[in-house]
Write a protein that binds this ligand. Structure first.
Ligand SMILES: *Cc1c(COP(=O)(O)O)cnc(C)c1O
Length: 478
């Protein structure tokens, strides 16, 4: 693809938008500038390709396409069928999955689709069979009432939030926690690693309907073969939410026991994190859950977004190319270089390192809360997010951790040498930041001081580091 074509495409698009609402065109342009200038270490973000971005901005957005490929509730869906079928085919081939459902609008939506597919398969279907009816509308009022209670009385076992689990894995503030009676498994306080014997024990005691694997802030591989065995031993459905690390599965960095797809009954993911596609979600499953998964819309999802499914097809096609495996390996190499760089300078890391795309710094070693560290780094042009560490004394708001990830910077082309320089910048900012005090003299969890001159200097060094690796080198909006 010529760089000229990319520039022309985006420049023309902005011209068309500018004619209607120039402030939107300006904001889009400003967003590109901001993204180009910041050292983006947010573990859940990435940069989608120009082809992926362009596939979203078109008339597919105008189409209603409730239903599935070839079975729509609306007429005229033949072109939506083409892109949805393509996206699903690429997903099946890429991940070696029996079935792929590409309609979810986000990771949270994908999880809801999965939960209700499992509930339908394991709770609703048996109830219909027992009542000898084909569908819920045929149940008596009494049977329907009983079924609704039964649906709301199921159990889920997932990874605890402070060990790196996700809010949608049965935690009370999320709808999943209102649907399920939830227990969680944590990590070993000494090593920070998942203790599979403890998971097995919790499963035996709690007997969940669903055992959930997957995380958003755990820096290590997870053995999905063992988790499947645990699920089988208690008759649970094994679900894996690979939202964060789908790119590492796609790129064959996680194989064998560490690839969730052959081991889980159902796998959910986002498409915009390490997978580097459009903002969206996806469900992969074993054949026996396929029909229930395909009912995701309108069960829990609004109408499909055909323009995003088109972009998913493009991004998944990209992920099937050999250079994506190289990209995935570089993500991990970079995360390990960043971890090494931080450790060698004296930082404290949860689990002492990483074997995926993310590193969790325990910033209590610097005498800071996650919130203070996050803001000080931001002042210095380094974009990260604060995150709980296991048994976090500062709670989920202030936290004691900083989560950093390499998928985005790796897309730009930064390598292990630049990761060491990045570690130096982070360490400099965190050692030079001091925690502040409240008016009454008690330690503040939010206030901090950092010499603005130093912050500026680091921000310039961060910009210099990025200068060699332009973001979207083919796009010139000037
Ligand atoms: C990011 C994430 C989600 C949510 O994805 P959204 O697209 O923001 O809805 C769900 N599960 C896990 C494990 C995640 O990391």
């Amino acid at each position: 693809m010529s760089r000229n074509a990319e520039s022309t495409a985006f420049r023309s698009a902005l011209e068309v938008i500018r004619a209607v609402e120039p402030r939107v065109a300006d904001a889009i342009g400003a967003e590109l500038t901001d993204q180009r200038e910041s050292l983006k270490l947010i573990a859940s973000e990435n940069y989608a390709s120009p082809a992926t971005l362009l596939a979203m901005g078109n008339w597919f957005s105008d189409k209603y396409a409730e239903g599935t490929v070839g079975r729509r509730f609306y007429a005229g869906c033949q072109n939506v069928d083409t892109v949805e079928a393509l996206a699903a085919e690429h997903a099946r081939e890429l991940f070696g999955a029996a079935h792929a459902y590409v309609q979810p609008h986000s990771g949270i939506d994908a999880n809801l689709v999965a939960f209700w597919a499992v509930l339908a398969d394991r709770v609703e279907s048996p109830a219909l069979k027992k009542a000898q009816v084909r569908q819920v509308n045929d149940l008596t009022e009494a049977d329907w009432f009983a079924l609704r209670r039964e649906l709301g009385n199921q159990r889920m076992l997932g990874m605890s939030l402070d060990a790196g689990g996700h809010l949608t894995h049965g935690f009370r503030p999320n709808i999943s926690g209102k649907m399920f009676d939830q227990r969680s498994y944590g990590t070993d306080p000494a090593t920070g690693l998942i203790d599979y014997d403890r998971v097995a024990e919790a499963a035996r005691e709690f007997k969940p309907l669903i055992l959930v694997g997957g995380y958003s802030a755990y820096p290590r591989k997870v053995n999905f073969r063992i988790l499947r065995e645990i699920a089988d031993s208690v008759g649970a459905t094994f679900m894996v939410d690979m939202a964060h690390f789908a790119g590492l599965v796609a790129g064959k960095v996680f194989t064998g026991d560490f690839d969730p797809v052959p081991h889980a009954h159902i796998v959910t993911t986002t498409t915009h994190k390490s997978l580097r596609g459009p903002r969206g979600g996806m469900v992969l499953c074993q054949p026996e859950l396929a029909d229930q998964v395909d009912r995701g819309c309108p069960m829990v999802l609004g109408g499909p977004l055909p323009h995003v499914m088109a972009a998913k097809a493009v991004a998944l096609a990209e992920a099937r190319r050999p250079d994506f495996a190289d990209y995935a390996q570089r993500i991990v190499d970079n995360a390990q270089a960043l971890a090494e760089g931080l450790l060698s300078r004296g930082a404290k890391l949860v689990t002492g390192g990483t074997d995926n795309h993310l590193v969790l710094i325990d910033v209590s070693g610097y005498g800071l809360t996650g919130r203070q560290a996050e803001q000080a780094l931001l002042d210095s042009g380094i974009v990260t997010n604060r995150n709980s560490v296991p048994q976090d004394p500062n709670g989920a708001w202030y936290t004691s951790g900083i989560r950093i990830g390499t998928p985005a910077l790796t897309t730009r082309g930064l390598g292990t040498a630049e990761m060491d320089q990045t570690a130096e910048l982070i360490h400099t900012v965190l050692t030079q930041t001091t925690a502040g005090a409240n008016a009454d003299g008690t330690p503040s969890k939010a206030k901090y001081t950092l010499d603005p001159g130093l912050a500026d200097k680091v921000a310039r060094q961060a910009t210099d580091l990025l200068a060699t690796y332009p973001l979207y080198p083919g796009i010139d909006l000037s």
